[in-house]
Design a protein around this ligand. Sequence first.
Ligand code: GLC
Ligand code: CA
Length: 514
Amino acid sequence: MPKWLKDAVFYEIYPQSYKDSNNDGIGDINGIIEKLDYIKSLGCNALWINPCYDSPFKDAGYDVRDYKKVAPRYGTNEDLYRLFGEAHNRGIKVLLDLVPGHTSEEHEWFKKSCEVDRNEYSDRYVWTNSVWQGIGGHLYVSGEAPRDGVYMLNFFKCQPALNYGFLNKTEDWQKSPDDPACIATREAMKDIMRFWLDHGCDGFRVDMADSLVKEDDDKKSATCKIWRNIREMLDKDYPEAAMVSEWSNPQQALTGAGFHMDFYLDHHGNGYNTLIRDNETPGGDHSFFKKDGKGDIERFLKDYLPKYTESKDDGYISFLTCNHDTPRSSFTLSPLEQKIAFAFFFTMPGVPFLYYGDEIGMRYQQLPSKEGGYARTGTRTPMQWNHDKNMGFSTGAEDTLYLPVDKSSDAPCVEDQLADADSLLNTVKKVIALRHEYEDLQADGSFEVVYAKAGEMPFVYKRGNLIIAVNPSDQAASAPVECTPSEIWKIGSVAIKENAIEMEPQSFFIGKIG
Ligand code: GLC
Ligand code: CA
């Protein structure tokens, strides 16, 4: 386990939308370098950068054409190596995005795989034996290649599935996961990882990490076996490199596959969803962090506690403020609701992730789809820095911007929020600073529920020797506590009476026990 994860706070950067350094309207690596001091000032000490590799950008870069080459629109490999160095000088680690499940249909491997004559890449992707032979239960493309066969997709049409084999084989064209061709795919991924790690990268966020072996069993044991093999390489040669999975099943991802961290993603009806985005429940939005949601923390705990208890010895669950695939949290929460929700995320065990712009409450924009974003596009707009042209994102012409900046007159920006002591930005900074200050708040600190009642507020929990109470509702609430904690920090007004904590509407409290 990389030691630095214990006190890591991640910042996710969507590179095309963060900072444009050369006025072409698209964010780039040098732009990120310019903003490293800002990122450090937030208290973030690690980055996850969405795919920045050469790509036709039909899925915003998740369709990789060359895993070892930075996309020219973001700069050069040398720029990225320089980013690693500049980040390290400031105590910031950098994770790249590894996309192991598929490539772009324009990747050289795939072009070779489409050829009629057998070659090294013929089995790098999943093909049937005839163009008339489809693949039940999976998306596939037929009739586009000289080769006689259909190929399997992993996501969009532009993303053919790499071949890691089938656990439960039912067709003769399916390879077993131990087939040399499938092992070669795994080794090719390891080679890509080594390439970036050797150039100074600190690990990877892994895209669709659970998708490798097809027709895997319920525990995904064949997919886990591949990740275990990769973990062996890391433990041996790169023990400080960190891996976070897009899996959202910590018992499988952490305990089974050996990832260090696993995202707690927004899946309809799961624990995370009940906290901030429970807007599909009949009868309105019952999100716990909505002041009028009449939320129920038990719904969260029922999902989270078994996940946490069963996986905590193996790795970390990662809470996120949102990511490039979900609506921003400001879509459902007001700035005050966000303050309380983020204070909760950053005081939970595991390793938290802040999505760029969430620290100022950037808003979700209704926009036409860009580069395969569809509804996700609205979460991917340019960072709002100040009141300069294009809100400081780019000095280029407005019509060249990757996506339009938020044009509302009250669009939040970093400059304004830095000047306002009570802003969301300053709240986020404060709570991250507390996390660094108190080891009990960090990844390994214990977590214990003190007071949680279905449909009642507040929610009270302990992290080591600290007690935390949260009342996101618009009603005052109180809870019995068997101690008289001394206040460390709070949002809103909270009073400690003997053996009780009394909380005004929309308040949050961190105190020290004893
Ligand atoms: C993941 C990414 C998403 C991408 C998809 C296919 O879910 O987060 O943005 O479109 O995988 O690679
Ligand atoms: Ca640029």
